[in-house]
Design a protein around this ligand. Structure first.
Ligand code: ADP
Length: 250
C-alpha cells in the first residue's frame, strides 16, 4: 500500500505538483495520465525518493519515507524511467545485476534470478553480454524491466516504459507487461500520455493537469461523469484520430 498525503513540489516559482493525496492499494495498477508537463514524472520521482517534496508525506508499506529510510525502501521499488535509463558502459548482465552485486547478494542467487527474469521478459540469454547500444529499443525496454524486477520489489514505478517504441513492438510489449503484472501481483504506478494504454493497464486512472489531479477513477467514470470539461476534451482529443481512421474505412 502506497499513500501520499498533501505531497507538493515547486521548482523555483513554478508549481510542478500541487498538494496531492493519492492511495494505491497493494496489487493494483494505477495509471497517471495527462498532457506533457502536468506533473506525472514529478509524482513518480517523489515516490521513488529521487526528489524531495516541499510538503506532505509518503507512506510505503506502513512507514513514512524519510531521507534516512529511503535507500532501504528503494530496494522494494523497481523504477523504469523514460528511454530505459540503462548504463551504456555496462553489459545487459551488469546493468540488471548492478544493485544486487552492490548489496552483495549470493552470486548463485544472482545467476538464477537473471535466468528467471530473462525467461519472464522473453529476452534471449545470449544477449546478456551485449551493451545497450547493441540492442533494439524493445530489447532495451525488456532489460530495464529486468533491472527493475531484479530485487523482487513490491512496487513498480514505470515512467512511459513503452513510450519510445514503434506501434507493433509497443503493442506486443503491452500484452507481455500486463501478463507479467498479473502473474507477479505487483503494485504498479505507471505514467503514460496515451489513454488507450492507460485503460489497457489501469484499474484506476489519475488524470492530471498543471500539477493538479483533475479526476481519479475508472475510464468509465471519466468518460461518463467527467469532473470538468478538460476531462472530456482530453478523452476526445485522443479518440479523434481513431474516429478518422474508422471514417476513412467507410
Ligand atoms: P510530465 O511528466 O507530466 O510531463 P513533469 O513532472 O516532468 O511533467 O513536469 C512538471 C512540471 O515541472 C513542468 O512544468 C516541468 O517543466 C517542471 N519541471 C520538472 N522537472 C524540473 C526541474 N528539474 N527543474 C525545473 N522544472 C522542472
Amino acid at each position: 500500500m502506497l499513500l501520499l498525503s498533501q505531497v507538493s513540489k515547486r521548482y523555483g516559482d513554478a508549481l510542478a505538483l500541487a498538494a496531492t493525496d493519492l492511495q494505491v492499494p497493494g496489487g493494483e495498477t494505477l495509471v497517471l495520465i495527462g498532457p506533457s508537463g502536468c506533473g506525472k514524472s514529478t509524482l513518480l520521482r517523489l515516490i521513488a525518493g529521487l526528489i524531495q517534496s516541499d510538503s506532505g508525506s509518503i507512506t510505503f508499506e506502513g512507514a513514512v519515507l524519510t531521507p534516512d529510510n529511503i535507500l532501504q525502501a528503494r530496494q522494494q521499488m523497481g523504477y523504469v524511467i523514460q528511454e530505459g535509463g540503462l548504463f551504456p558502459h555496462l553489459t545487459v548482465r551488469d546493468n540488471v545485476t548492478v544493485m544486487a552485486r552492490y548489496l552483495r547478494r549470493d552470486p548463485d542467487w544472482i545467476d538464477a534470478r537473471l535466468t528467471e527474469l530473462s525467461n519472464l521478459v522473453q529476452l534471449q540469454p545470449e544477449l546478456m553480454q551485449r551493451f545497450p547500444a547493441e540492442l533494439s529499443g524493445g530489447q532495451r525496454q525488456r532489460v530495464s524491466l529486468m533491472r527493475a524486477l531484479m530485487l523482487d520489489p513490491d512496487l513498480l514505478l514505470l515512467d512511459e516504459p513503452l513510450g519510445s517504441l514503434d506501434p507493433m513492438i509497443r503493442y506486443q510489449l503491452q500484452q507481455e507487461l500486463k501478463a507479467i503484472f498479473a502473474r507477479l501481483g505487483k503494485t504498479v504506478v505507471m505514467v503514460t500520455h496515451d489513454i488507450a494504454e492507460a485503460v489497457y493497464f489501469g484499474q484506476t486512472l489519475v488524470l492530471m493537469r498543471d500539477g493538479y489531479i483533475v479526476q481519479t477513477g475508472s475510464f468509465k467514470d471519466l468518460a461518463q461523469a467527467p469532473a470538468e470539461a478538460f476531462v472530456e476534451q482530453f478523452i476526445s482529443a485522443q479518440r479523434e484520430p481513431m474516429a478518422k481512421l474508422t471514417e476513412a474505412l467507410k
